[in-house]
Ligand binder design. Sequence first.
Ligand SMILES: CSCCC(=O)/C(O)=C/O
Ligand SMILES: [Fe+2]
Length: 179
Amino acid sequence: MVQAWYMDESDEDQRKEHRLDPNQPVSPEELQALGVNSYKLDADNYESDPELAKIRQDHNYTFTDIITIHKDTLPNYEQKLKIFYEEHLHLDDEIRYILEGSGYFDVRDKQDRWIRIAMQKGDMITLPAGIYHRFTLDENNYVKAMRLFVGEPVWTPYNRPADDFEARTKYLQLLELKA
Ligand SMILES: CSCCC(=O)/C(O)=C/O
Ligand SMILES: [Fe+2]
């Protein structure tokens, strides 16, 4: 299960844990109530993993590619990291599966507080369309992740405020239904 916790408000390095003191953990059930789902998979055998194949089939994730985020391999590394860490939403679900390395996805809860989700090798996460979120590497400065999508991928981030999109309105309705 992914580990998650409420963040402090310090401006220190984004790659640090930023836990509250005392720590305030967030359970997988609390994440699910925000529409965020996670799976633990066998990242060493992702090419032949029947569990991954079933998830892809069940959700119609027809597209996959792999992104490696490291200063020596990713073109425009610093600029991309900045874009990933700007608070944004997408008009489609964001699905990521960590094959190597680690990083943090931060999502907003219903009270607009940041929750930090620690993603490690074998963790898959689905963020619903319309949820405000961001991504950062952690202090290991390396992640290799599979990106999954239904159909032709669209990665466009819409930075906050992006409240007028239908995806945002629908997400807020989803939250109401789950309450
Ligand atoms: C671990 S994949 C990089 C982050 C990303 O693709 C994204 O869209 C963050 O919101
Ligand atoms: Fe995103």
